[in-house]
Design a protein around this ligand. Structure first.
Ligand code: NAP
Length: 328
């Protein structure tokens, strides 16, 4: 069955996701922007029949069966609430909300309304991540107890200053740090103690963050940065070896398994190039099965990661906008 998507947002990722929907046999029937001209340009580029503005108008189009929310971070919870109020399931870009209480309110509203909602944390659905879990379950490196990662990419340009804007929920933590935080959580369980240091921009958002965290089953050290080219790598270790997750670790093209007493195995990952298509497939699967939650994109995990990011942000004194009230 062809699923009819609406897309809120006209940025870089929305373009990529529109292609992924089409590649998975879905159709995009409407797109929205805060600016009518941007919605129209996007619609023309992808052959989408409806260009809506402002974002809420997308939900007036009864053709829309499910919405992909790719707006700026500070709007995610508002756009998700609007979808829920209109009775439409939603896939919400990371970070699901600017902080855990806002995310919790969305999840509660979706549950009350009996609607599917999920965070678009595509790393969890990547074949490399699935293979990583399988390798770990085989015991090849023993129980994983240590995670290290870096997500550092230097921003030579911030074309319209989203990344450094406190008002738009910018900062390295929410854009990049959410990936190592997610993988650390998924591999080692929830964090019980977090210690962070970092550098803020003059706008009050974080440019550079280093984290040491104690998790249920081990410890993690990771960093994220807009100003250090530290790479996008990750590794997980246990008493019997370690696994190197190929760059970029959040949609890795390979894994390299280094068991302590056995030869090294390099594992190229087929299908990593399908990128966002796994999310489209997962949403289609959940909707077809009548599920309100994806077990791979579980609500509790979204919340636990945001709680960790809230604590890190608070330690660094990151400036977050006061969230607009939900009026639905
Ligand atoms: N899963 C992933 O791999 C991934 C990758 C990148 C980003 N993301 C997430 O997706 C969301 C969107 O990220 P993005 O990279 O697509 O951001 P982006 O290109 O900056 O676009 C985000 C929004 O900013 C507005 N915008 C973009 N360029 C603008 C301009 N020149 N002037 C005024 N407004 C402009 C658009 O608003 P309108 O819609 O109102 O036109 C657009 O929807 C973020 O929450 C981010 O965390 C996810």
């Amino acid at each position: 069955m062809t699923r009819r998507w609406g897309i809120m947002g006209t940025g870089i990722i929305a373009h990529a996701f529109a292609e992924a929907i089409r590649a998975e046999g879905g159709s995009v029937v409407a797109v929205s922007s805060a600016t009518p001209a941007r919605a129209q340009r996007f619609a023309a580029a992808h052959g989408i029949p409806v260009a809506a503005s402002p974002h809420g108008d997308l939900l007036r189009h009864r053709d829309v069966e499910v919405v992909y929310i790719a707006t700026t971070n500070e709007r995610h919870h508002l756009d998700a609430h609007a979808c829920i109020a209109a009775g439409v399931p939603a896939l919400v870009e990371k970070p699901f909300a600017l902080h855990a209480p806002a995310a919790r309110a969305v999840l509660e509203a979706a549950s009350t309304a009996g609607l599917f909602v999920a965070e678009a944390m595509w790393t969890r659905l990547q074949p490399a991540t699935q293979r990583l879990h399988a390798e770990l379950a085989s015991g090849v490196i023993g129980e994983p107890t240590a995670f290290q990662a870096s997500f550092g990419v230097v921003l030579n340009s911030d074309p319209w200053r989203r990344w450094r804007s406190a008002a738009l929920g910018g900062g390295a933590l929410l854009d990049l740090g959410v990936y190592p935080a997610t993988l650390a959580h998924d591999l080692l369980g929830p964090a019980s103690r977090v210690q962070a240091t970092g550098q803020l921009a003059d706008t009050g958002v974080d440019l550079n963050v280093a984290v040491v965290a104690e998790h249920e089953r081990g410890s993690a050290t990771w960093r994220c940065s807009f100003i250090e080219a530290s790479g996008v790598w990750a590794t997980v270790a246990g008493a019997d070896g370690h696994i190197w997750i190929g760059e970029p670790f959040h949609h890795a093209p390979s894994l390299t398994v280094h068991p302590r007493d056995q030869p090294v195995r390099h594992l190229p990952i087929d299908g990593h190039e399908l990128g966002y298509r796994y999310e489209v497939r997962e949403v289609h699967r959940c909707l077809e099965a009548g599920l309100l939650e994806s077990s791979t994109l579980a609500h509790a995990d979204t919340l636990a990661v945001l709680e960790m990011l809230d604590e890190i942000g608070a330690q660094l004194g990151v400036l977050r906008p006061k969230l607009a009230p939900v009026t639905s």
